[in-house]
Design a protein around this ligand. Structure first.
Ligand code: MGD
Ligand code: MGD
Ligand code: SF4
Ligand code: MO
Length: 675
């Protein structure tokens, strides 16, 4: 049979790189980069190219499974849906809607009909028990933006070819392509920015792949980045800030000035464990550039000072007159949702947060989600009796694996929508096989606001679904019918197709389905200035010093004066060939990475089996020397299962952030010993 080639876009991560899929009938032979794709321009990472193996993987799920007499066994769609619907209805009746919770992870978020199904399910069932990977990833961004701008989850990014200075803090786009904003062909993008005269600085305790391609690199002690920002703001507020702009568009400048007063050159260098000259050089770069963009990642949002650092990164962009302005940082409102054209209320200075669920009210979540840290206690209290998992691997992503995994086993219903077997499907009561990315037509729905341009894209399905896999909308719609609920009002799920569901999603948007279906990509003009207008009109100017964050900054002072404990500090890091728990088989190995100085001190040879211990548990892996790490820091990358699961070290109760309920995934004290 002759092979054919079809265009699509990759959805392993949110970047949506253009790909060419080579097929022979239903066999996926090869995936390569689409040179004509106007956004990714011939780039893919190795994960995208490993899609064929992922699609035909042996441990895929292609028939529904149900647990009966303690064992998971294959069954029919009718049986699994009848049973699940009856149980969910029973729980809603007896425990109320909150008894049925949801979790959405990468496998739901990156499927347009998966995200739609989640929203419809939550709204129709009326349950507050919504959990997602946001509260184990980047919730500090959501909350700090609410407090400073009144808008949730704002993602400022460099105004591509005009910004003269980009500071990457706690993000390594060369490997990750970031998450909340996307950077395609990152190495080329950095080269282009430099060719346009931009200086790139990276602040990271590791001399990361991104740091190595930057003009400047500062490697502070983990969790002390806020002091660097405090120092820059302190100096600029004495000289060099855009004072005229601040007066017209911001409030609280005096309070901000007082809050950062302690960050003198001497003190900041000491707190961060860096040279004074490095700080002075960075300050000169900021003064030279005038406007700038600060891009943060999980190295910031997973640390103790996440909210404060996020706030000060916004404050630095505001005092330099850079936020939502040409040559600084702009905010993509999304081509489908067009947030800039919508009218919505501004969040108060305390943000939209609300008390956590009844068993953990101190875990103040955001408007949308309860913090994941609450899951085991909510199950133990029987407030949560069922959970529907929209493409997440709870065993690897949630904190404190032992306690969390045991709790999940106590659920009456753990229904998992996935494409392959995981430790999470192993303990499920119902496993619902959904179409993988090559089997469905799709649109970049929630991810379009993280693109570097105003653009959204569509792909048809490449192949027929394997086995009995179904689309999310079909699974959830059928469940709704059996529960007596209409999850998709106005859509006839008996006659719907993936395409009519996409049309349904686009019904309230300016993106025309027929047009995008034929064009594949649709562009809009980038909009700059919409956030600034919102802030001026709704809250009377940027809030430079929200009280809850100023309080957190003050409280951090006690740690700055404390003696260093001398233990090793665990910091996160993404590996090149796998995405969280996906594609582990491709090439990466579950190493513990250590600096050679630390290894020598601990008497550990490269390749030795080591045990990493925290106050919560231990992990065993083999050790690899990595001198890009600052001495004193170690990496135990996440995504791996069982005794190699780094979340055996993390906690659902210790060090949980009081504003966001975020866990400490970066900055945990650990010790390491050869086994
Ligand atoms: N200690 C520690 N913990 C962490 C992190 C860390 O750095 N350190 N990182 C955190 C972060 S940032 C995140 S985002 C989370 C990630 O947590 P998850 O969202 O759980 O991560 P993934 O491994 O991407 O899992 C997605 C699941 O979706 C499935 N899937 C893939 N494609 C499809 C599909 O097309 N349809 C369906 N239905 N399912 C699909 C996969 O098989 C997998 O089981 O982990 C968090 N946990
Ligand atoms: N290859 C690959 N790509 C991925 C993923 C993957 O698993 N593999 N996961 C995807 C997901 S879910 C997400 S959320 C994104 C995340 O994307 P990023 O946020 O860019 O994640 P990382 O690549 O881990 O980069 C985080 C950096 O923060 C640094 N860091 C750690 N602690 C600190 C600190 O205290 N201060 C500072 N300044 N830096 C610190 C680490 O050394 C690391 O270089 O990546 C996405 N892309
Ligand atoms: S960066 Fe890699 S994983 Fe992400 S969309 Fe592009 S090819 Fe896929
Ligand atoms: Mo993430």
């Amino acid at each position: 049979m002759a092979s054919t080639e079809r265009k699509s876009f990759c959805r392993i991560c949110g970047s949506g790189c253009g790909i060419i899929v080579e097929l022979e009938g239903q066999q996926v032979l090869k995936v390569r980069a689409d040179r004509e794709h106007p956004v990714s321009r011939g780039y893919t990472c190795p994960k995208g190219r490993s899609l064929p193996g992922d699609h035909h993987r042996e441990d895929r799920i292609d028939v529904p499974l149900i647990r009966e007499n303690g064992k998971l066994r294959p069954t029919t769609w009718d049986h699994v849906l009848d049973d699940l619907a009856a149980r969910l209805s029973g729980i809603v009746e007896q425990a109320g809607p909150r008894g049925v919770g949801t979790f959405i992870g990468g496998g739901g978020f990156l499927d347009a009909s998966g995200f739609l199904s989640l929203l419809s399910f939550l709204r129709t069932v009326g349950t507050p028990s919504a959990y997602s990977d946001m509260t184990i990833d980047s919730v500090a961004k959501t909350v700090a933006a609410e407090m400073v701008t009144g808008i949730s989850g704002l993602e400022p990014r460099a105004d591509l070819n005009r910004t003269k200075l980009v500071i990457f803090m706690g993000t390594n786009p060369v490997i990750s392509h970031t998450r909340t904003i996307n950077m395609h062909a990152p190495t080329a993008a950095m080269r282009d920015m430099r060719a346009h005269g931009a200086e790139l600085w990276t602040i990271d305790p590791r001399n990361s792949e991104t740091a190595q391609r930057s003009n400047g690199h500062i490697a502070p002690r983990p969790g002390t980045d806020y002091a660097i920002l405090g120092y820059l703001i302190r100096e600029l507020l004495q000289e060099g800030a855009d004072f005229d702009y601040i007066q017209r568009h911001a409030q609280g400048a005096e309070r901000l000035k007082a809050a950062v007063e302690r960050f003198t050159l001497e003190r900041t260098a000491a707190v961060c464990g860096i040279e004074q000259q490095q700080l002075a050089d960075l300050l000169s770069a900021v003064r030279r550039a005038g406007r700038l963009s600060v891009e943060t990642g999980t190295g910031i949002t997973m640390q103790r000072a996440g909210n404060v650092t996020q706030w000060l990164s916004l404050a630095l962009m505001i005092v330099t007159g850079s936020l939502d302005r040409e040559g600084g940082a702009w905010v993509n409102p999304g081509l489908i949702n067009r947030k800039d054209l919508k009218d919505f209320p501004a969040a108060p200075e305390e943000g939209w947060n609300r008390p956590g669920p009844e068993s953990r009210p101190e875990l103040r979540g955001t408007a949308g989600d309860y913090p994941c840290a609450a899951i085991p206690d909510e199950i133990a209290a029987r407030h949560l009796q069922a959970m529907l998992v929209f493409g997440g691997n709870l065993e690897t992503c949630l904190p404190e694996t032992g306690r969390t995994y045991e709790a999940l086993k106590q659920l009456d219903v753990l229904a998992v929508l996935d494409v392959r077997h995981t430790r999470t499907t192993d303990i499920a009561t119902h496993v619902l096989p959904t179409k993988d990315q090559l089997e469905r037509s799709d649109i970049s729905f929630v991810t379009d606001s993280s693109f570097p341009l105003m653009v959204t894209q569509y792909t048809p399905a490449m192949v027929e679904p394997l086995g009995q896999r179904k689309a999310y909308w079909w699974v959830v719609g059928q469940l709704g019918k059996r529960m007596g609920m209409d999850f998709f009002p106005g859509l006839d799920i008996e006659t719907a197709t993936d395409d009519t569901v996409i049309e349904y999603i686009l019904a309230n948007s300016d993106v025309d389905f027929a047009e995008i279906q034929s064009e594949r990509l649709m562009f809009g003009e980038p909009v700059i200035g919409w956030v600034q207008r919102f802030v001026d009109e709704k809250i009377g100017g940027w809030r430079l010093a929200p009280q809850p964050l100023a309080d957190q900054l003050r409280d951090l002072e006690a740690r700055e004066n404390a003696e260093e404990a001398g233990s090793l500090i665990l910091i996160p890091r993404r590996q090149k060939y796998h995405e969280n728990s996906k594609l582990l088989e491709v090439r990466d190995k579950p190493f513990v990475f250590m600096n050679s100085q630390d290894a020598r001190k601990a008497g550990i040879e490269e390749g030795a089996l080591v045990e990493v211990r925290s106050a919560n548990g231990n992990v065993r892996r083999s050790m690899k020397i990595d001198d890009t790490l600052r001495a004193g820091c170690i990496n135990v990358p996440h995504g791996w299962s069982d005794e190699m699961n780094v979340n055996r070290l993390t906690s659902t109760t210790r060090d949980v952030d009081p504003i966001t309920g975020m866990l400490l995934y970066s900055g945990l004290e650990v010790s390491v010993e050869a086994v």
